[in-house]
Ligand binder design. Structure first.
Ligand code: CAA
Length: 286
């Protein structure tokens, strides 16, 4: 198994841009693809900020930061796709969209390229089935936000994923300084099967008047030693993402009482208050 030298990251939102800078800092060349130039510009600014923070903290030299910057190219198409041994899709959490992108990936990348998805909850088997001839190369590579900081990659295989593709995914995760842990292909895998109902319950507690958001978060931070409370974390993840993951759990596991997204969460999403990325969610960041 040879070292991966060039990867493509499709989607330059919070997760895609985090994956790209983490790979570049680990010495991997990255083609950061997004159809939206403004999103690419935001990713570039985030990369510059993350690198200058690392220089400031003396975790890397200015020359190393420059080298990492030079490893990333920003493209609105798959210009360098032919070189990529590994492609990671990190687009919006929407099954139909992901399947369309996977169809493009199969048409564009080499027959040996690993086709990974950063989905937080959508079935890897279902995405694989949509590109039947390539389904042995489809795998879940689930990073956590903020990607440069969080140590885990949840690796999800479908029954069709080859052992070689799993081994290459584990090797790349480790090269990026992450700890890969495997889970099976169930709705929400492990992380969001456990995390999201807790976040959803925090919205119910707020909605029922059990306490205000600051108190809910304060109780969970101090009482359970969480780095941030569940409502603050929901803002960081994105309220739209939280709602979408609850819908996947709801549709995939049944139990509407248990998994339906709380109306309070749905209302905020419908009002366009999506959390940190829009400047307002449960909290106002303006
Ligand atoms: N990008 C890069 N670095 C970041 C960052 C970001 N977006 N946010 C914070 N950091 C860095 C800071 O620069 C800081 O680095 P230094 O060591 O250089 O100071 C470090 O992280 C700590 O940050 P802060 O001092 O600002 O604040 P903090 O100590 O409260 O830590 C936190 C912030 C790391 C986000 C911490 O609160 C935390 O771990 N929160 C929980 C995050 C979590 O649970 N993530 C998983 C979400 S679930 C998910 O992503 C998967 C899914 O499918 C939904």
């Amino acid at each position: 198994m040879s070292d991966v030298n060039v990867i493509t990251v499709i989607g330059a939102g919070t997760m895609g841009s985090g994956i790209a800078i983490t790979a570049a800092m680990a010495g991997v060349e990255v083609c950061q693809v997004d159809v939206d130039q403004a999103q690419l510009d935001r990713a570039k600014a985030y990369h510059a900020k993350t690198l200058s923070r690392n220089v400031e903290k003396e975790r890397m030299t200015p020359a190393e930061a420059d080298e990492a910057t030079a490893r990333i190219c920003y493209c609105t198409d798959h210009a360098r796709a032919g070189d990529s041994a590994f492609a990671i899709e990190a687009a919006t959490e929407n099954e139909a969209l992901k399947k369309t992108i996977f169809g493009q990936m199969v048409d564009t990348y080499s027959d040996d390229c690993v086709l990974a998805t950063n989905t937080s909850s959508i079935s890897i088997t279902s995405i694989g089935d949509s590109v039947e001839a390539a389904r042995d190369r489809v795998i879940g590579m689930h990073f956590f936000n903020p990607v440069p900081v969080m140590k885990l990659v949840e690796v999800i295989v479908s029954p069709a994923t080859s052992d070689d593709v799993k081994a290459r995914t584990i090797a790349l995760s480790e090269r990026m300084g992450k700890t890969p842990i495997a889970a099976n292909d169930f709705p929400g895998f492990v992380s969001n099967r456990v995390l999201m109902p807790m976040i959803n319950e925090a919205f119910h507690a707020w909605n029922d008047g059990v306490a205000d958001p600051e108190s809910i978060d304060g109780i969970m931070k101090l009482g359970c030693a969480f780095p941030m409370g569940p409502l603050r974390l929901a803002d960081l993840i994105g309220l739209d993402v939280c709602r979408d993951i609850m819908l996947v759990l709801h549709e995939g596991l049944g139990h509407p009482e248990k998994y339906a997204p709380c109306t309070k969460l749905v209302e905020l999403v419908e009002a366009g208050h999506l959390g940190n990325k829009t400047g307002r969610g449960v909290y106002d960041y303006s």
